[in-house]
Design a protein around this ligand. Structure first.
Ligand SMILES: NC(=O)c1ccc[n+]([C@@H]2O[C@H](COP(=O)([O-])OP(=O)(O)OC[C@H]3O[C@@H](n4cnc5c(N)ncnc54)[C@H](OP(=O)(O)O)[C@@H]3O)[C@@H](O)[C@H]2O)c1
Length: 256
């Protein structure tokens, strides 16, 4: 496993398990399988409705070594709503702190300073270690950075070969914000891409490993989702090999 250093001073695993649309026993089983395989990072959100299913999977595991991210929905960004959501999330997950809390989507109806002040309070109380954003544009990040007392450690955005986030990544790199790529396989839409398949066969790898390797080599965290144990194992095997520059560039050229 590789780790990226956050502006908060904590380390974040470069690979995590995505859990959007995973519910109930499917979610519990998938998280359990991932933990057994060695995943040490789980990505969830209040709106996914699976905190309790994840808690069941975490039973008997030392959660200190597991990096857990959750997200507060855009309707809960006022101070008191955020703290209420956060406390509920901790009790649903059965943990005493989150590693990372993200604003799931920006909401212009709520002053960003109010939301960030609530998050800073939570950091002070030790209930969350790092804070960040999701689906924030450069402008959204600039506004947030102007008013926050606690650094924005992460911005989680849709990022895959058809949706290359060059400008946003450059901005984040310049400002010490780690980018997390969600839907790294375009929620399945990249499956079968002929160029990716050709590169994959050259390395005797899967298309999924090629995409994840491309993202991680940019310093981007990846959170692929899979319920298939073989795919979960496949998605972990991305750290001890490299893409050659011409293949890296061929993937860059897939941007639409
Ligand atoms: N912040 C946000 O607004 C936001 C939005 C969307 C998603 N997310 C996060 O990002 C995570 C990942 O994104 P996602 O759920 O949209 O989908 P994704 O990870 O891009 O794609 C999931 C699909 O890829 C397949 N897959 C996974 N590994 C594979 C492999 N090695 N070979 C072949 N197929 C493979 C899965 O099928 P199998 O199950 O059959 O393997 C599934 O159909 C989410 O779960 C969530 O945690 C965040």
């Amino acid at each position: 496993m590789q780790y990226f250093e956050l502006a908060s001073g904590y380390k974040m695993p470069a690979l995590g398990l995505g859990t959007w649309q995973l519910r109930g026993s499917t979610c519990t089983k998938t998280v359990r399988t991932a933990l057994k395989l060695g995943y040490d990072h789980i990505d969830t959100a209040d709106v996914y409705g699976n905190h309790q299913a994840i808690r069941q999977a975490l039973q008997g595991t030392d959660t200190d070594g597991i990096f857990i991210t959750s997200k507060v929905w855009r309707a809960d960004l006022h101070h008191d709503d955020l703290l209420k959501m956060g406390n509920r999330a901790l009790s649903e997950l059965g943990i005493d702190h989150l590693d990372l809390l993200l604003i799931h989507w920006p909401n212009r109806q709520v002053p960003i300073a109010e939301t960030l002040a609530a998050m800073a309070e939570w950091v002070q109380q030790g209930k969350v270690r790092s804070i960040g954003a999701s689906n924030f544009t450069i402008r959204d990040l600039q506004e947030a950075q102007q008013v926050t007392k606690v650094p924005i450690s992460v911005n989680q955005v849709k990022f895959h070969p058809y949706n290359n986030q060059r400008d946003l990544l450059a901005y984040c790199n310049d400002h010490g914000i780690v980018v997390t790529a969600y839907s790294p396989f375009g929620n399945g839409s990249l499956v079968g891409d002929r160029k990716l398949m050709r590169i994959a066969s050259k390395y005797d790898r899967s298309f999924a490993q090629i995409v994840l390797r491309w993202l991680v080599s940019k310093g981007v965290v990846v959170i692929p989702k899979s319920t298939n144990p073989n795919h979960l194992a496949d998605n972990m095997d991305i750290f001890d090999w490299e893409l050659e520059p011409q293949d890296y560039e061929a993937i860059e050229a897939l941007d639409r």
